[in-house]
Design a binder for this molecule. Sequence first.
Ligand SMILES: Cc1cc2nc3c(=O)[nH]c(=O)nc-3n(C[C@H](O)[C@H](O)[C@H](O)COP(=O)(O)O)c2cc1C
Length: 189
Amino acid sequence: MTFVLGIAGSPRRGGNTELLLDAALDGARREGAEVRKVVLTDLVFSGCTSCDGCRDGQRCVLDDDLQEVYGLIDGADAIVLASPIYFEGLSSQMKAMIDRGQLFWYRKHSLGLEGKKRRGAIIAVGARRNADFTSALRPAKIWLLTLDADMATLTYGGFEEKGSILDDADALEEARSLGHEMVAKRNIH
Ligand SMILES: Cc1cc2nc3c(=O)[nH]c(=O)nc-3n(C[C@H](O)[C@H](O)[C@H](O)COP(=O)(O)O)c2cc1C
């Protein structure tokens, strides 16, 4: 069964980011996938300490709540990152998780290990109607490439208040379709 992992990067539980991610995971579930949502703000973990302990590609030596997430990432056939825009970038929770992916970077680029090909997506939401998502999407894209994932992108500007995305049925439907497609068109490589 296809396993889809969703990673929510907003500290505001039940906010726009999580609502969009829930819609995407719902779309994947309806297509028959097993889904799992990780909410970073509920976890206790630090950023990368640049200790180089993962240079051998085995594991991150930091013993915190991300250890379980590494296992979920390794097993995922599709990964959906979801983050609010903070100062034109990703939330610090999401960026810290991405930086902890240095393990995956060593595996791919230093050790030349091929990971499994998978689907990837980033959903980002910001308050400014004409928000510029470029600098937020960049690290998410590099992270997904490191994991041998492709990258679909959904961005939504003009949503500031908690839950305001619920007023936009098209946005939620689009996220649902994304989840559906990630499972239905799983074998793209
Ligand atoms: C610290 C902080 C920084 C923000 N910076 C931006 C920004 O640079 N551009 C923008 O469009 N919205 C910005 N916002 C607004 C959020 O991206 C927006 O409210 C979003 O809907 C929050 O998603 P959430 O409901 O999942 O938390 C910022 C919000 C916070 C709390």
